[in-house]
Design a protein around this ligand. Structure first.
Ligand code: ADP
Ligand code: MG
Length: 390
């Protein structure tokens, strides 16, 4: 049974009739541009062919009833209980319900019509692996309320409201990339987003190339301190470079040549962090002609360089991620491999020749398990469309 059938059946079981709509909203993986979103840089994600599937219909009462099929849980809320983050019985909303409720709240803040709905949802985006299961839930609900509410927003606007929900309602300080990719994904295309202007465009994924995601199964733990200290180092670099580059507002504003001229004035750790950011932004720019011309080998090399930089300069890798990347890079058909996401656990992303992909996946899994004793999850992915009715 596919997820569409599963969620339809669960909806029918719970509500006693067929859903009016099925919405699908994908997870995402970032190919290049890591730890540059908060430095006004560029990111290059795809929406993947793993998604949240939501079956829904307007409710006949003011109550929204949600069934989280994967958790076997249910909650009820109304526009009145939203601001207190409680259900209709006055209990705190469970944490999973904050994502859909937050979307309803953020849309309502913008005066968009959010009719009460009955909904059931399930997903094959793994939770907490860095493939953005949370944004896929948010974008599924934003699309559902758009459909039921009879309004239309461009996908980037829906993404921004999803981010607002996650920042202000759920309380997670995420950037815009996750919701952006889930809302704006396109089949067989990479998405190039300028995190400063929010302008974006798509680039072709070279033919005969597969994207393979490999989950180390190591979960990130207690990393907010590490994240915050790196953000602070980037801000410190900007402050110190202002003496030499008065117009600088973020590390986006120095190219590599200028950076090299003044980098010796930075303390060692600040220098390393800032160098990663400046070079990573440069790599995203270099990738554009490579992708436009189908130069997959050169593009893959940028991924390898990115991993080295995240390991040696930004220092966000762990041994399991390094092992997964080293094994991948030694296998036939692999153009490039690197850790993806914030680091300290989670997944790697690999660019692999289509003809070799099955063999690659098997050997990567076996090689990683032999070296770590851990059994990884391997997902062979397609670049997929963003949130839609299905
Ligand atoms: P990720 O990197 O996968 O986005 P997050 O911690 O940001 O990790 O989000 C995971 C949270 O999103 C889950 O703990 C849960 O609250 C919510 N979520 C994700 N997928 C589902 C799902 N299928 N059903 C219910 N809630 C989900
Ligand atoms: Mg998330």
């Amino acid at each position: 049974m596919n997820l569409r059938e599963k969620v339809t059946e669960k909806f029918r079981e719970r509500f006693g009739y067929d859903p009016d709509y099925i919405v699908r909203a994908p997870g995402r993986v970032n190919l290049l541009g890591e730890h540059v979103d908060y430095n006004d840089g560029f990111v290059l994600p795809i929406a993947i062919d793993r998604a949240t599937w939501l079956a829904c219909s307007p409710s006949q009462t003011p109550q929204t009833t949600l069934v989280a099929v994967d958790l076997s849980e249910e909650t009820l809320f109304t526009p009145e209980t939203l601001s207190a983050k409680t259900d209709t019985a006055g209990r705190s909303l469970p944490s999973w319900a904050l994502y859909p409720a937050g979307v309803m709240w953020a849309l309502g803040e913008t005066q968009l019509n959010t009719p009460a709905l009955n909904g059931a949802y399930t997903s094959d985006v793994p939770q907490g692996s860095g493939l953005s299961s949370s944004a896929s839930v948010e974008m599924a609900f934003a699309f559902a309320w758009q459909t039921l509410g009879g309004w239309f927003l461009p996908p980037m606007e829906r993404a921004l409201l999803g981010q607002k929900a996650e920042n202000q309602y759920v309380g997670v300080n995420c950037g815009i990339m996750d919701q952006f990719a889930s809302a704006c994904g396109e089949e067989n295309r990479l998405l190039l987003l300028d995190c400063r202007s929010l302008e974006w465009r798509t680039l072709p994924l070279p033919k005969n190339t597969a994207i393979v995601i490999a989950d180390t199964t190591k979960r990130r733990t207690l990393t907010s301190g590490e994240y915050n200290s790196r953000r602070a180092d980037c801000e410190e670099a900007v402050r110190l470079l202002k003496k030499f580059v008065p117009d600088i507002k973020s590390l986006r504003d120095v190219n590599l040549e200028t950076f090299n001229q003044f980098a010796s004035h930075l303390p060692e750790q600040v220098h390393k962090r800032a160098r990663h950011v400046v070079e990573e932004i440069e790599r995203t720019q270099l990738s554009i002609p490579f992708l436009e011309n189908g130069h997959i080998q050169q593009f893959g090399r940028l991924l390898n360089e990115c991993h080295d930089s995240l390991r040696n300069l930004y220092e966000v890798s762990i041994s399991e991620l390094d092992v997964m990347v080293q094994v991948a890079q030694s296998l036939p058909g692999c153009y490039g491999a690197r850790l993806t996401g914030a680091g300290f656990g989670g997944c790697t992303v690999n660019l692999v020749s289509i003809e070799k992909v099955e063999d690659f996946a098997n050997r990567l899994s076996a090689g990683y398990e032999a070296k770590t004793g851990l059994h990884p999850e391997i997902y062979i992915c397609q670049a997929s469309p963003g949130a839609t009715l299905s």
